[in-house]
Ligand binder design. Structure first.
Ligand SMILES: [Zn+2]
Ligand SMILES: [Zn+2]
Length: 355
């Protein structure tokens, strides 16, 4: 008798357990149709406009992570942006490297939100802002996770792999930047802070998969980064440049702008567009609201575009090229049409602005 009872109880428990498990399964599916896909909704990447600096919020199925928070005076901007996105907890906070335009606003962020894991490189810096950040991390009883190349972490249904820093870079703080490759379904994003060409070489050398749809152009579009080998490996369709309007460094540098055009990488700049949002459904990446702003479609040579022609040298330029602005009036002609047309007219593209 008693044995039967226990057997029934056990059977009941199994059924309840099965129902609970099924319930969980249903729950997962219920939350996803709102945003689509079996992967649990979309992945959203917000390149927050923090002027000259970096701050990127990544969101997947209610999970959030933040990479950098701009200068100290941008802390509030970042916190209020995150609040608007419904952030309560950040699963991960990455401080790419101890430069103030990256970690400046992080103390403010740590004060405002619950944080799971803080990832920062094993490179200290003596600036006050960095020391204050370490104090804040200690005050919150958080520990710093050192980035180990190859390690992978999950963020909702997306995941990211640490790709940098590969080694010790002495006093070159930029090269210490924590780099990650974030993947969601078939789509990928690469973020490498301010990593310069030397660090990019090491990243390539580590042999990890770097292919991505979107690359956050390293070091605000400085020509010290984005080596052609690195660009070949990542081979992005889109490049996002985070920089301040009329910044003191001339970012993004002309070499990088023309390299992006040459490679037909559609690029978006926070100094021109403010905060930029990329959305991945696991198959393709889109930039809602930005589609009409074809900033580098020029590179394809099929759209109409204004060119400045030098009738003497037989070269053609983008109107903002230095050679175009300094050209002798009598040789200068403007032409609006496709790149193909200008070439058919017998002109050669300028080596500097590479139209
Ligand atoms: Zn920077
Ligand atoms: Zn830096």
């Amino acid at each position: 008798m008693a044995e039967k009872f226990y057997k029934r109880l056990l059977a009941g428990a199994v059924i309840i357990l099965a129902l609970l498990l099924a319930g969980c399964g249903v729950k997962v599916r219920v939350s996803s149709p709102l945003t689509g896909g079996e992967t649990g909704g979309n992945l959203k990447v917000h390149f927050i406009d923090v002027g000259q600096g970096d701050s990127t919020l990544i969101e997947q199925n209610g999970h959030f992570m933040l990479i950098d928070a701009g200068e100290k005076d941008q802390g509030e901007t970042v916190v209020s942006y995150l609040e608007k996105q419904g952030v309560k907890k950040l699963d991960y906070v990455i401080g790419t490297h101890p430069h103030s335009d990256h970690i400046g606003g992080l103390s403010e962020v740590l004060k405002a939100f619950e944080v799971g894991r803080v990832i920062m490189p094993a490179k200290e810096h003596t600036i006050r802002i960095y020391e204050n950040l370490l104090d804040e991390i200690a005050r919150q009883n958080l520990k710093i996770t050192l980035p180990k190349v190859g390690n992978t972490y999950e963020l909702g249904a997306s995941s990211f792999q640490i790709i940098a820093p590969v080694r010790d870079y002495g006093d070159n703080l930029n090269n210490w930047s924590v780099g990650i490759r974030l993947t969601y379904g078939e789509t990928g994003f690469v973020f490498c802070g301010d990593a310069e060409k030397e660090a990019e070489g090491d990243i390539i050398g580590s042999g990890l998969d770097l292919k991505a749809d979107v690359l956050k152009i390293s070091h605000h579009g400085s020509s010290t980064s984005s080596s052609s080998r690195f660009m070949d490996m990542v081979d992005p369709d889109y490049g996002v440049i985070s920089c301040g309007k009329n910044n003191d460094y001339g970012h993004p540098h002309k070499e990088i702008r023309s390299m992006l055009k040459k490679r037909s990488i559609k690029s978006f700049r926070t100094d021109e567009l403010g905060t930029i949002i990329a959305v991945s459904d696991g198959k393709t990446v889109t930039f809602p609201g930005q589609e009409t702003e074809d900033l580098t479609g020029k590179g394809a040579g099929l759209e109409n575009q204004e060119y400045v022609i030098n009738t003497n040298t037989r070269k053609f330029h983008y109107p903002d090229c230095s050679s175009a602005t300094s050209m002798k009036k009598e040789n200068r002609k403007t032409y609006t049409g496709t790149r193909e047309d200008v070439i058919k007219m017998g002109y050669e593209p300028c080596q500097i602005c590479s139209p």
